[in-house]
Design a protein around this ligand. Structure first.
Ligand SMILES: CC(C)(COP(=O)(O)OP(=O)(O)OC[C@H]1O[C@@H](n2cnc3c(N)ncnc32)[C@H](O)[C@@H]1OP(=O)(O)O)[C@@H](O)C(=O)NCCC(=O)NCCS
Length: 175
């Protein structure tokens, strides 16, 4: 198991091909794709394809979406991580958690340590976070970890808020 970061309550590790069932369960949770432009998975085989074709190849640059487990009981609760967007080469900070674990600060904790890892360990100059205009929880996460409002774009007919984090901004803003 390749562990990337260990925030106080969480372990963030690389996914492996054996994790298709975890991805399937997460992505078919009620409400999980409400603000995400993504088709729902129909079976575990489709989840395996996502893992092999999208998630695992991101690991070659030390980036990627990482599986998150609770330290207390090892339960898988979601993912968080850094991804190079193919269209712009920008680094995107993203996260997705099982609804049973929303509202407990796990997203903020994982995102905060992921941002710090990207800026301080990987020496990335800037990291962007995007959230649907109505996804207040996600915007709150980005603001709480010290990222700054950058602008808005229309993406697939929806308004998306963009936040940015740099060493300078995050040292000043972080709570
Ligand atoms: C977005 C998501 C990760 C947030 O998870 P979470 O568990 O609510 O996050 P946290 O517990 O760290 O809370 C973040 C902040 O948002 C607030 N918040 C949570 N849900 C909220 C809501 N529906 N409306 C307003 N604020 C909300 C929390 O209270 C907290 O702020 P506080 O500490 O000042 O109270 C989670 O809802 C999720 O996985 N959604 C599905 C996938 C997704 O949309 N990913 C993001 C794509 S951009």
């Amino acid at each position: 198991m390749k562990i990337i970061i260990e925030p106080p309550r969480l372990i963030l590790r690389q996914f492996t091909e054996a994790d298709a069932a975890l991805i399937y369960e997460l992505n078919t949770s009620p409400g999980i794709l409400q603000y995400v432009q993504e088709a729902s998975l129909e079976n575990i085989e489709q989840a395996r394809t996502v893992l092999v074709n999208i998630i695992l190849p991101q690991y070659k640059d030390k980036l990627g979406r990482w599986a998150i487990h609770l330290k207390s009981n090892n339960e898988f609760i979601g993912w968080c991580g850094l991804k190079r967007l193919p269209e712009t080469s920008d680094i995107d900070l993203g996260y997705r958690f099982k609804p049973a674990h929303w509202g407990l600060g796990y997203a903020t904790e994982a995102a905060k340590h992921t941002l710090a890892y990207g800026l301080n360990q990987l020496n990335l100059k800037e990291i962007f976070g995007k959230a649907h205009i109505h996804n207040i929880a996600s915007q709150n996460v980005l603001k709480k970890i010290g990222m700054q409002y950058f602008g808005e774009i229309a993406e697939d007919d929806t308004q998306v808020m963009i936040y940015v984090g740099t060493k300078k901004i995050c040292t000043t803003n972080s709570v």
